[in-house]
Design a protein around this ligand. Structure first.
Ligand code: XUL
Ligand code: CO
Length: 435
């Protein structure tokens, strides 16, 4: 197999057996009036791709990502150079990062923020030179020891302030880089035991924090979307942003819907006991669909494995939801995914992105097959036809009441609900997808 350096731009070549080609992703191919790259808006996750070295609870790194440098700022400049070269090779137009992904931490918070600002300037130039865009920015408010009891939900107000300093710097970066999104993943915003936790205060403080961030961003020209990223557990036992429904309720309670939408991650959905599609639909019906962290988990493991997505049913049903939602506006598909620990070469990074991007390109084409065929949508519409006229229409229009419904129901002789035909629909879906 070729070395990383020997691989140039990955071409689209469906007939080739070369491992370094796309078999489904043809960025400029137009589907329903838009090129695939605009439908899919693929983004590179800086933390996994440029930093993660394969460490786990039992073992050290299996891939060195210091790129031959030792001085901390030089290491991070070399990482950035590598990042933009990789995006070119893979035709990735967007990227996402946490503050500490792009710059080394200093001795103090102030020093860390100064390093971050320098690296934002460095990346700004690279972004221009390589013609790339920032999909979203976020602050890592969970790794440092000061965040051991949370950030905006910490018991310590100084930690709340430190988190604010990091978010302020990260929103400044988002504005400078023209990012269309700003993410809050509640890394340690949750708790392990109520014996030491004031849940009411923590939730109110989280809302206060988000409002301050929103107000700062809007005042300084950030016009994109803010996102919450639901996740039920890990690192804390009870994460406050459990799932899409919990987040929507939180945003509604504190009047943040509108400015805030959701960034739905496939692996977080399954950890919450939901399908990826369920989480996406829940976001859509709450008017909170925003962006996607594309990955997949392992159903036999109970944690966030962040694997590159290759399950075509999942990518198809995901893109089916995205199409029905009208496509991405400020959001996109960020590969919050990392190569397996034993896939420990730079070539594996290319191969993993190819696998994920191809799985989504194929999923998009298949999702359009479902939409164009129309039988599934027609089945659902027909299943609810009783709400189109008569008493059903009165229910939907709000022109009846409980007593009138009771009188109507008592006049009925027999009520029959027709079959849901699940197995028929599942087989039909396979037939539409695979012919
Ligand atoms: C963690 C996770 C994060 C967020 C950004 O599970 O998904 O990487 O996407 O903080
Ligand atoms: Co994520």
């Amino acid at each position: 197999m070729k070395s990383y350096a020997a691989v140039k731009k990955i071409p689209y070549d469906p007939k080739s057996n070369d491992p370094f080609v796309f078999h489904y992703y043809d960025p400029d191919k137009v589907l329903h009036g838009k090129p695939l790259k605009a439908h899919l808006k693929f983004a590179m996750s800086y933390w996994h791709t440029i930093n993660a070295g394969g460490t786990d609870m039992f073992g050290s790194a299996t891939l060195d990502k210091s790129f031959g440098k030792t001085d901390p700022m030089e290491v991070y400049r070399a990482k950035a150079d590598f990042a933009f070269d990789l995006m070119d090779k893979l035709s990735l137009e967007y990227y996402c990062f946490h503050d500490i992904d792009i710059a080394p931490e200093g001795e103090t918070l102030k020093e860390s923020i100064a390093n971050f600002r320098q690296m934002v300037d460095y990346i700004y130039d690279l972004q221009k030179k390589h013609n790339k865009k920032t999909l979203w920015v976020t602050a890592n408010n969970f790794s440092d020891k000061r965040f051991m009891a949370g950030a905006a939900t910490s018991c310590n107000a100084d930690v709340f302030a430190a988190a604010a300093a990091k978010v302020k710097a990260s929103i400044d970066a988002a504005i400078k880089l023209g990012a269309t999104g700003y993410v809050f993943w509640g890394g340690r915003e949750g708790y392990d035991t109520l014996l030491n936790t004031d849940m009411g205060l923590e939730l109110d403080n989280l809302a206060r924090f988000l409002k301050m961030a929103r107000d700062y961003g809007r005042k300084n020209g950030f016009a994109g979307d803010f996102y919450l990223e639901p996740k039920p557990k890990e690192p804390t036992k009870h994460q406050y942003d459990f799932d899409a429904a919990t987040c929507a309720n939180f945003l509604r309670k504190y009047d943040l819907l509108g400015d805030f939408k959701l960034n739905i991650e496939a692996n977080h959905a399954t950890l919450a006991g939901h399908t990826f599609q369920h989480e996406l639909r829940t976001a859509v019906v709450n008017g909170a669909f925003g962006s996607i962290d594309a990955n997949q988990g392992d159903m036999l493991l109970g944690w966030d494995t962040d694997q590159f997505p290759t399950n075509v049913y999942d990518t198809t049903l995901c893109m089916y939801e995205v199409i029905q939602a009208g496509g991405f506006t400020n959001g996109g598909l960020n590969f919050d995914a990392k190569t397996r620990r034993a896939s420990n070469t730079l070539e594996d990074i290319l191969l993993s992105y190819i696998a994920g991007m191809d799985a989504f390109a194929l999923g998009l084409e298949l999702a359009y097959k479902l939409v164009e065929d129309g039988r599934i949508d027609a089945f659902v519409a027909d299943r609810y036809r009783s709400y189109k006229s008569g008493i059903g229409k009165q229910i939907v229009d709000g022109t009846t009441d409980l007593a009138a419904l009771a009188a109507y129901a008592e006049g009925l002789s027999a009520i029959e609900v027709e079959s849901g035909r699940q197995e028929y629909l599942e087989a039909m879906m396979n037939n539409i997808l695979f012919g």
